[in-house]
Design a protein around this ligand. Structure first.
Ligand code: NDP
Ligand code: OXD
Length: 312
């Protein structure tokens, strides 16, 4: 029987996770930190989202850590994270489709000119304007992994001209692949709508900066659904002020919740969402998490293993 510890900054998620996991593993001993943890030595597997620093290091018999989200930047920032314990991240169809919905919504919003129509509506002006064909709109997706590739496939079906940028080259039907630092500028130059779906690592921190924005075509749009620290916020504000970047849809911020005084709140060209681009759904994710718990108990390699040297 596996003893599983749940620790999350979203404590309300504990009950759905307990239910979903018990449906997969009826004999699981599901414990909720901090009050229900019991003896640290009992814990086999930790299911975590931003646990308190030091918690995982205090579990002497831990066999696996499973992150309840796709991005592990928060966990890897814990200097006490036990080095020898394998870490898996969440890969789940509901998480992927939620992100695709968010990205497709944002791309269509900018493509169909909804920001300008909002301005016209508030001025009670009837301004019909034609939109270019989707084939004439170039979408660039920074981070061409689980989430980026799925969003690209849906955008391609709508006829958009889509490219993805990743560390290593990819083959995805109908999508142009750009790989590595040297390909970044050519990729940006062809991106009318830039979508960031990168993991946050030392290499990608601050990647959405003045130089990046300058390389985009004038009037480009930016969608960031990855992490707030990918954006140099002052550089984005400057690019919006100059009109070089025409609009931004932002789900993530350097400080969350976004502070009340932050200029993004009232900027006419910025759409803000509160880190909801895609949310983990316990019922959907539980089968794969259960599979990983079983693998950990059997000493087998985990699925969706994080490469700690790469940082994702
Ligand atoms: P994956 O690990 O599947 O994909 C990451 C992609 O980024 C890969 O294509 C990878 O390249 C590429 N990449 C990483 N580092 C670099 C680099 N230095 N240069 C170029 N490309 C790089 O991650 P997911 O798609 O599952 O998730 C992406 C991120 O989305 C998460 O890390 C998380 O931060 C964010 N997220 C946000 C949510 C929200 O609600 N706002 C919800 C879920 C996730 P390669 O393929 O070559 O390795
Ligand atoms: C994630 C997130 O990384 O929710 O999954 O941001």
């Amino acid at each position: 029987m596996a003893v599983v510890l749940f620790s999350s900054t979203h404590p309300k998620e504990a009950a759905p996770w307990a239910r979903a996991l018990r449906a997969e593993m009826p004999d699981v001993d599901f414990r909720i930190a901090p009050d229900g943890m019991g003896r640290p030595a009992d814990i086999d597997v930790a299911l975590v989202w931003k646990p308190p620093q030091g918690l995982l290091a205090s579990l002497p018999n831990l066999k696996a850590m499973i992150n309840l989200g796709a991005g592990v930047d928060g966990l890897l920032a814990d200097p006490t994270l036990p080095p020898g314990v394998p870490l898996a991240r969440l890969v789940d169809p509901a998480l992927t489709s939620g992100m695709t919905e968010y990205v497709v919504h944002g791309v269509l919003h900018f493509h169909r000119g909804f920001p300008a129509m909002g301005v016209s509506q508030r001025a009670r002006q009837w301004v019909p304007a034609a939109t270019p064909a989707t084939a004439a709109r170039r979408v660039g997706i920074l981070g061409f992994g689980e989430l980026g590739q799925n969003a690209a496939q849906h955008l391609t079906k709508l006829g958009f001209d889509v490219a993805g940028w990743s560390r290593t080259d990819k083959t995805v039907e109908g999508v142009e692949s750009y790989a590595g630092p040297d390909a970044l500028t050519p990729f940006l130059r062809r991106s009318d709508i830039l979508v960031c779906l990168l993991p946050l690592t030392p290499d990608t921190q601050g990647i959405l900066n003045a130089q990046t924005f300058a390389a985009l075509p004038k009037g480009a749009f930016v969608i960031n659904a990855a992490r707030g620290s990918h954006v140099v916020e002052a550089d984005l504000l400057a690019a919006l002020e100059s009109g070089h970047v025409a609009g931004a849809m932002l789900d993530v911020f350097q400080v969350e919740p976004l502070p009340e005084a932050h200029p993004f709140w009232t900027h006419p060209a910025v759409i803000i969402t509160p880190h909801i681009a895609s949310l983990t759904v316990a019922k959907s994710a539980a089968p794969r998490v259960a599979e990983n718990i079983n693998r950990a108990m059997a000493g087998k390699p985990l699925l969706d293993l994080v490469n700690r040297n790469r940082g994702y």
